[in-house]
Ligand binder design. Sequence first.
Ligand code: BGC
Length: 259
Amino acid sequence: MFRLARMIHTKCRDIKIPYLRSNVFRTPVPEDKVPWTVDWPEYKPAEYTSESLKGKPWADPEDPRNLQFNEIDGNVNRKSHFCVYAFDNDGRPLNPIGRTGLRGRGTLGRWGPNHAADPIVSRIKNGKLEFVAIKRHDNGEWAIPGGMVDPGENVSQTLRREFTEEALGNVPAENLEAFWEKGTELFRGYVDDPRNTDNSWMETVVFNFHDEEGLLDDCRFEAGDDAAGVGWIPIDDKVPLYASHRDFIQFLKEKHGKC
Ligand code: BGC
């Protein structure tokens, strides 16, 4: 498994644009003030939790105090992949990487970790390493076709389901059973996602499924509801990728020793 170099989040400290689908701007957080261990008594970040979370079955209640943090809470995994996280004075989980300039949950459903899974489906075509990417609706960036782990679901189910929903337009691809069994884990941990806040953040598990036999060569991809486009894209440093996906693709390159 690969590890990220010392993680200082940047995409969730962006002050040039408002937080996703809002007019709320983050409070600027200079890099040296990111760690909670650096004293900053004047830090009073903006607060934002999207109204769209209210009453949603997949979202936590407004009051976090009765939730079983750092545990498997019923069928919701509230454990972090990489640490036991701490809390602020209101009982809200604290982002383990540090300050983001925004309190609340933003558009994320869970207080604390929000778990995703990312399948990198790759192949070598004409000597070049390629992977299946989707174009995201929310910010137009290319991304691995991953998604959120549903309550009670395990990561391997999510990887398969998300790829089917987002890249295969829900048409079940035949003969892929053995292909899905042969994935290898590339990464597990924190994601520098633009939606992260001081109290809610994204974590993911990244698996690589490498198509050695050309099983997917004739496969017709179709963008699902969450995607505006889908297809094989070459590993190219110039294409901007969502959140920490560039790092994950770097791990893929290191694994296959190609570009
Ligand atoms: C995306 C994943 C991504 C995760 C963290 C999810 O919404 O579907 O691809 O890794 O967010 O950014």
